[in-house]
Design a protein. Structure first.
Length: 659
């Protein structure tokens, strides 16, 4: 027997009659947990993992409160496809009056365009009038004001709010105290909520498989790893930066063994490490000279002149991915990577991000712990290492949001959604604001279609959906409407260096902000229109510490393309899709502990405006004009010229040692 949350007599007959044929509207029922109600709300915002008994308990609380009027719209298959709520507030003023609050209007993506949102508002307004409310109020974004005016509402003052949830942090991918996977799920839900009101935007969600590595109980990496040093006298717990992601879980158990320190100049393939826990200095990091980095440059800001003849050194260049593979092949039973900086600055450091599941547990430690461990390597002391994580098949979500133009010629604007650090995920802030900005033009003012792709899987790049998208675009580029790709990563970053280390090399000193911006690479493939527009935009918005460049380095030989481009842009560029990108790689990239302080938001905004400038400059040009030499390179590839970059994704599982 159904149990409605309020009387069905309060449902407007006029609204019911106005619904599409076969659709119905009714109060929420206690058994609607299994009818898709929560899935509809997930279109709006994060819901969480609500169990059926929890749903029923909340339903009973709301029903007994006699002020909650939650209704649902059902399609012909009796699936819930829309919902909204009226909450009645009891007042002392206005002769003990009642005020209705309309909340949580949500319609599934495949049902939008059928005026279901309008009908839900009308139905709730009818309920409010019938129960005696003297007014009904709701919150809406400016973008949605026109819709609610049509529903009979008008602007009435300004609402302010103090949110007791980390929405603003989630926007940039960082919620402290949770795993990256947990943060990513919240982030995706939040993105869907923010994209939903953007005018004319069509939203789709694509699911992709992954063999996930996830800390247990949503723990941070720091809490997921542990290390103990023991000798004949005592057992000492050592502070860790965190578990090394993708290393083998021990889960409630631990591995104890003698330790062996192998300096970086020795290959792990050439030493006996079987049965040992390997100690290894983090790195080595590549140390290119800025003069070499600038060689492929097309334009750079004047403030980069001071960098000439100095080295560039950042930890993203030295992740121990190959060391972990070699340690596993050599029969080592554990791995400790040691940073030459205080560990507190790098808490829960997330790298490598190849997505390869390694054959042994591993942790990161900082400077002080490294000294203790190296001293223990010359004794009979033993180390105990543990990593608590789960490995399982899972799916990950990619959001594709399309803003139609007058033509089907399509520009792809791409970022990733890792739920990791503020720096790692701030490209999505640019995409959100670009979508809102170009939506304000109206379709008639946009010549080209814009497709905003919030890719997923970048924390495990063998499942990075940007590579999947690049391959798909490559397969159809010659005959479809793809124009070019703009990839945005790690924007507005502030320079963080070890004290007294102008190159950025770890020197045993604390990390600190220098007061300068992190160097940014604006890579542009061989398209003169894109290159000219990028340089003009960088100049117009006075972008500091900026290098507009052909790429990050020559690939060598008669190949296409000649230059490599870093980050998620690399897949598109090497699939010979016209590509441009902004990216930086500061010390704060993989270190959540820096939080929002790692970003200069004014700088991020200027960079986003420059991106918009380039998109506007391309709006009137044809696909062929924008393609430039990419077109010729695609023809050369067809005629046998070899690709300059082997687009082979990392292995899902590291090779096992031979017996």
């Amino acid at each position: 027997m159904s149990q409605p949350i309020f009387s069905p007599d309060l449902i407007s007959p006029t609204v019911s009659a106005a619904l599409p044929h076969g659709y119905s509207i009714r109060p929420l029922q206690r058994q609607d947990y299994s009818a898709g109600f929560l899935d509809v709300l997930r279109v709006l915002t994060t819901v969480g993992d609500v169990k059926q008994e929890e749903f029923e308990q909340r339903f009973d609380e709301m029903k007994s409160g006699q002020g909650y009027h939650v209704l649902v719209v059902l399609n012909e298959q009796q699936q819930i496809v829309g919902t909204g709520a009226l909450i009645v507030e009891r007042k002392f003023i206005h002769a003990l009056g009642l005020v209705g609050h309309i909340e949580d209007i949500a319609v599934t993506k495949d049902q939008q365009g059928k005026k279901l949102g309008l009908r839900i508002i009308q139905a709730l307004d009818y309920v409010a009038e019938k129960v005696g409310c003297y007014k009904t109020i709701l919150d809406c974004s400016e973008a949605n004001e026109g819709f609610y005016v049509k529903c009979g509402f008008k602007r009435a003052g300004l609402e302010m709010a103090h949110y007791y949830e980390p929405r603003y942090e989630i926007q940039h991918g960082c919620m402290k105290g949770k795993s990256a996977g947990h943060r990513q799920n919240i982030l995706i839900d939040w993105l869907l909520h923010e994209l939903e009101p953007v005018r004319d935007l069509h939203i789709a969600i694509e699911d992709f498989p992954i063999v996930k590595w996830e800390t247990q109980d949503d723990a941070t990496l720091r809490k997921a790893g542990s290390l103990h040093l023991s000798d004949s006298k005592e057992n000492t717990s050592l502070s860790v930066i965190g578990a090394i992601p993708w290393t083998q879980p021990t889960n409630g158990k631990s591995v104890t063994a003698e330790v062996v320190y192998i300096p970086q100049q020795l290959s792990l393939k050439d030493v006996n490490i079987k049965g040992k826990i390997v100690l290894r200095d983090f790195g080595p990091t590549a140390k290119p000279n800025y003069t070499t980095v600038f060689l492929p440059g097309l334009w750079r800001s004047n403030d980069t002149n001071s960098l000439l003849n100095t080295a560039y050194d950042r930890p993203y260049l030295g992740a121990p991915a190959q060391d972990l593979v070699n340690a596993g092949l050599g029969g080592a039973v554990g791995f400790v990577s040691m940073f030459n900086v205080p560990g507190s600055f790098l808490e829960s450091y997330f790298d490598p991000h190849d997505g390869t599941h390694y054959r042994l547990p591993g942790v990161y430690v900082g400077l002080d712990e490294a000294k203790m461990l190296k001293a223990a390597a010359n004794t009979t002391a033993k180390v105990t290492i543990a990593v608590n994580a789960d490995v399982a098949n899972a799916t990950q979500r990619q959001i594709v949001a399309t803003l139609p133009g007058k033509t089907n010629d399509t520009i792809y604007i791409v970022c990733h959604t890792d739920g990791n650090t503020w720096v790692q995920d701030d490209g999505l802030s640019a995409l959100l604001n670009l979508a809102r900005y170009f939506s304000s033009f109206g379709t008639s003012a946009r010549n080209k279609t814009l497709r905003f792709v919030f890719t997923t899987g970048h924390l495990g790049s063998n499942a990075d959906t940007s590579f999947n998208l690049a391959a798909r675009l490559d397969a159809t580029y010659d005959t479809d409407d793809t124009v070019f790709v703009f990839a945005l990563e790690h924007l507005g970053t502030r320079e963080v260096l070890p004290r007294g280390s102008p190159s950025g090399a770890a020197n045993g000193q604390p990390l600190e902000f220098t007061g300068k911006s992190e160097i940014v690479m604006w890579s542009v493939g061989p398209s003169d229109p894109l290159r000219n527009a990028s340089i003009a935009a960088a100049k117009k918005y006075d972008l500091d510490r900026m290098l507009v460049t052909q790429g990050t380095g020559l690939q060598g030989g008669n190949v296409v393309p000649e230059y490599n481009i870093g980050g998620i842009a690399n897949g598109f560029h090497n699939h010979l899709i016209p590509t441009t990108s902004l990216i930086s790689g500061p010390w704060s990239l993989w270190a959540p502990s820096f939080g929002e302080s790692a970003i200069d938001f004014d700088r991020l905004r200027q960079q986003t405006l420059a991106v918009a400038e380039v998109i506007l400059a391309m709006d009137g040009l044809s696909k062929r004009e924008i393609a430039g030499r990419y077109w010729d390179m695609r023809e050369a590839r067809k005629n046998g010229t070899r690709p300059g970059f082997n687009i082979t994704l990392p292995a899902v599982f590291a090779p096992a040692p031979t017996v």
